[in-house]
Design a protein around this ligand. Structure first.
Ligand SMILES: Cc1cc2nc3c(=O)[nH]c(=O)nc-3n(C[C@H](O)[C@H](O)[C@H](O)COP(=O)(O)OP(=O)(O)OC[C@H]3O[C@@H](n4cnc5c(N)ncnc54)[C@H](O)[C@@H]3O)c2cc1C
Length: 438
């Protein structure tokens, strides 16, 4: 992606429900000098801020460079769903890499969630956190997968949080005819992601992290003393961590080929009457269906339905995001036809070929993580911790993560889009066939 995204942003968060309700947000200066730091982090999303807190808590000297505002990209725009697990099942990871790797990933997923819950408490961040999550089945193959998930949790841990909801019962949890069952997971949940991002950034700044906003990085040179260049200043560091989603572009060309940006979109309704909310999702869980191109939604702290979905690879947003998402919402909840949409926005996810997050070394003393593939609220938090461990000299979990091989997108940055357009039509068709089969 080109650096024009930063210019187009005009230095502000996108107009969203989150930006409108985030409350007080600290402003951080632009980098305007050549400075030094022990560790320089690129990217003020969850992954970068998480690494910064971990390092600063251990007394390290950290500079964090953000191209626009803290939480400007995916971390401040997402569906807010706190979801554990990884794209590869633990059994698959065990078959490929052995028991220890699979167990480490199972433990890291739980730890990622716990980092969010603990940090919010420790640093008094009110991010509207609510526990509870429903994975909703739309056809028989989804129900079969739910049984597989339970079997997996019985083997790898976490089964105590699961409860299967039958076809007869599911309407008591989600007032929609779209589903034939659900899996309740009480260890997952949902939150206001921009409140969490700015709250965590403030915690990092209070710990001594020097945060610079409006400072897009143009170049990164590895070496004994890596140098990170912005338009108005440079950072000379001992180590660099890159956590910039799909926006690094020419600043790190080798990384661009390993991910594919895709658009996903969210609307927020006007606040709904309490009785209406109590009928829609009585227990207030976050909901995600099980299709490849899925709907994800939840009730916010002020009683709006926040409804997300679509995955668009063409780089072109829907002409009218609000209208298009409203149509999708009515397929699930036709009873909301009279409801007004107050906010509509979108953001980019960074898909990796195998949909596992990609962590590794870019150059001497320069490390990165990217490719959260649309499921990054939890994974970024643990990834930030693991990268912090790496730069502090504890490489154990980094080495385990680094074993996962990541391929380049076929066709490189030029042809990956046509290839993936075909791919998305395939997933769309598969979803349709699965749901038609019932
Ligand atoms: C609409 C949407 C809905 C989603 N819903 C969910 C969900 O419900 N649950 C879930 O688990 N995941 C969800 N995701 C995915 C999740 O939000 C991301 O995986 C996660 O936030 C990624 O965090 P990050 O820190 O890696 O990247 P980001 O949050 O994208 O942060 C990267 C930061 O780096 C900065 N940056 C980039 N390039 C440069 C540069 N050259 N110089 C300086 N700064 C730079 C950017 O400005 C940005 O602030 C969603 C994503 C989107 C877009």
């Amino acid at each position: 992606m080109s650096h024009s995204v930063f210019k187009n942003a005009k230095g502000q968060h996108v107009d969203s429900y989150y930006a409108a309700t985030v409350g007080e947000v600290a402003d951080y200066p632009r980098l305007q000098a050549d400075i030094e730091a022990e560790v320089c982090i690129i990217g003020g999303g969850f992954a970068g801020i998480s690494a910064a807190i971990e390092l600063a808590e251990q007394g390290h000297d950290v500079v964090l460079l953000e191209g626009v505002r803290v939480g400007w990209a995916a971390s401040g725009r997402n569906g807010g769903q706190i979801i554990g697990g990884w794209r590869d099942s633990y059994d698959d990871l065990e078959a490929k890499f052995g028991y220890d790797t699979a167990k480490t990933f199972a433990d890291m997923s739980n730890e990622g969630k716990q980092i969010i819950y603990d940090r919010a408490e420790k640093y008094k961040i009110n991010a509207d956190i609510k526990k509870g999550y429903l994975l909703a089945a739309m056809c028989k193959s989804h129900v079969n997968y739910m049984h597989d998930y339970i079997a997996e949790a019985e083997k790898w841990g976490g089964a105590e949080h699961y409860r299967l909801i039958s076809q007869q019962d599911v309407k008591n949890y989600i007032d929609s005819n779209s589903y034939i069952g659900a899996l309740d997971n009480q260890s997952n949940g949902h939150l206001h992601p921009l409140k969490l991002a700015v709250g965590e950034a403030k915690a990092a700044a209070d710990l001594g992290v020097r945060i610079y906003e409006h400072s897009p990085v143009l170049d990164v040179q590895g070496g004994d003393e890596p140098v990170v260049t912005t338009a108005h200043g440079k950072v000379k560091a001992k180590q660099v961590i890159m956590t910039a989603n799909c926006y690094l572009g020419k600043a790190a060309p080798k990384l661009e080929k390993k991910i594919m940006p895709a658009g996903t979109y969210v609307i927020a309704t006007e606040p709904l009457a309490a009785e209406r909310v109590a009928k829609l999702i009585p227990q207030g869980q976050a909901v995600c269906d099980m299709r490849h191109i899925l709907d994800y939604y939840r009730i916010t702290a002020d009683n709006r339905l926040l409804f997300g979905g679509k995955t668009i690879y063409s780089g072109k947003d829907p002409k009218d995001i609000g209208k298009s998402m409203f149509k999708d919402m009515l397929k699930v909840f036709p009873q909301l036809a009279d409801v007004k949409i107050d906010f509509a926005w979108g953001g980019h996810i960074d898909l990796s070929v195998n949909r596992m997050p990609h962590m590794g070394r870019y150059a001497d003393n320069v490390y990165f993580v990217q490719g959260f593939s649309g499921f990054g609220v939890v994974a970024t938090h643990i990834a930030g911790r693991v990268l912090a461990e790496k730069v502090m000299g504890n490489t154990q979990r980094y080495d385990i993560w680094n074993q996962i091989k990541h391929h380049t997108f076929p066709g490189g940055t030029l042809l990956r889009k046509p290839g993936y357009l075909l791919g998305s039509s395939f997933f769309y068709l598969r979803d349709m066939i699965d749901t038609m089969k019932g």
